[in-house]
Design a protein around this ligand. Sequence first.
Ligand SMILES: NC(=O)c1ccc[n+]([C@@H]2O[C@H](COP(=O)([O-])OP(=O)(O)OC[C@H]3O[C@@H](n4cnc5c(N)ncnc54)[C@H](O)[C@@H]3O)[C@@H](O)[C@H]2O)c1
Length: 451
Amino acid sequence: MKIVVQGFGVVGAATALNIVSSKNFKNNYKVHCIEKKNLAGVNKIENARMGKFPIETTDKSMSIALKKALEKKKITFGFDTNQYSKADIVIVSINCDLKSKNKINLKEFVKSFSEIINNISSNTLILIESTVPPGTCEKLLYPIMKKNLKKRKISLSKVFLAHSFERVTPGNNYLNSCKNTFKVYSGINKSSEKKCYNFLKTIVNFKKYPLIKLKNITSSETCKLMENSYRALNIAFIDEWVKFSENINIDLLSVIKSIKMRDTHKNIMLPGIGVGGYCLTKDPLFTKIASKQIFKLKNMDFPLSTKAVKLNKKMPDTSLEFIKKNVGFSLKKKKILFYGITYKENIGDIRHSPTVDLAKKLRKLKCDVFFYDPLIKVIKDKNIKFYDIKTKKLNFDLKILTVKHKETHSKTFFKKFTSDKGIIFDLNNVLSFDKIALLKKRNSPIFILGR
Ligand SMILES: NC(=O)c1ccc[n+]([C@@H]2O[C@H](COP(=O)([O-])OP(=O)(O)OC[C@H]3O[C@@H](n4cnc5c(N)ncnc54)[C@H](O)[C@@H]3O)[C@@H](O)[C@H]2O)c1
């Protein structure tokens, strides 16, 4: 069976490798991945052909799976849209971006969908796994599908459309998280739903994580947006409590720890530097926009989801104020090192990274800013330079921990990072209670956000 994946990014690459490696590579799937023929796309494809996974990650199983799939000739890559004509299943894993805070770039998404519709053959399932605004499949894609298939004299009943969003967790458990997850799905009609169910069953651990069918395709689209809006809101909630606690001398982390003891309050968030990444910065805005852009509904303002995005974007300011308040000297011309530049741990993705944001704010205060990250060596802003902590001395005015990459758990890392000079700031719960206690015992200067 031939599966074509449109988009070889953070999600598409993981999806492709999850499919080929299902049943320990003993399946009948051959996957072809299609990318855009621009510089970034060509780079991804050329590297993948040589066995290099497109995103740096601590999850080694990704590159192992890629190499094995190449060896077994189960995966190929390219740019030719004609490949859609040979597919039994096409999976759409491309980006659907915000154009502005009030508009989604649906034109681009629909254009990419047309590339598929203009090429596919009868008996193909199109499975949308991208996060799209509610109504996209039913109100935008399906009408295009009807019109174009008619033109191409392909029966509408022979092409199937379903939505099942991706719940991957990029990071240390990246590949596993594709298989071991409760997949939600729905189809535009019963036959699409059935095709989708039969396929998903073969690529996820459905006995432990049963598939969840929703009433219709718009419910599936909405589900992803609601779950991400909830998470963004949950994170935003903590900011006002951090600000409050900084003024009244309490240990907020211990307060939260005791709240978490209650079963109903387990997922309250800890203080942190803020929210980054591709999804939580845009998804909570999608439904409000779709209400107007797609459903023409009035007065659907989604005040909480909108406010959550705003608050989360400003969260690095809370960290900046925390630093300013505690250093006790002017930050001008001070030498600062960040440990961790990615938006989250164990994945080399810096989209909307709150650390980059904070680093830029410190640059504006005329600080000399450096970073070390095991997964990223260069960022766009050339004024924020990579500093190799593995080979150099660590004499800085401030050393700021922002990302809990896997290596931060090791004794070697702790020894190195706390050697030489510098006030340590932990803005994201990177150090364990024991390590903090040790530093305090040594009278090392350390400040922890939320304590
Ligand atoms: N990143 C995550 O953790 C995550 C998790 C769950 C869901 N999602 C959702 O999955 C979707 C993809 O996200 P991502 O993080 O992988 O984005 P990405 O930018 O990493 O990857 C998207 C890829 O699609 C390619 N592309 C765009 N149009 C194309 C076309 N017409 N033909 C071929 N390739 C094309 C782009 O070049 C890019 O490489 C988004 O809707 C996102 O919201 C992301």
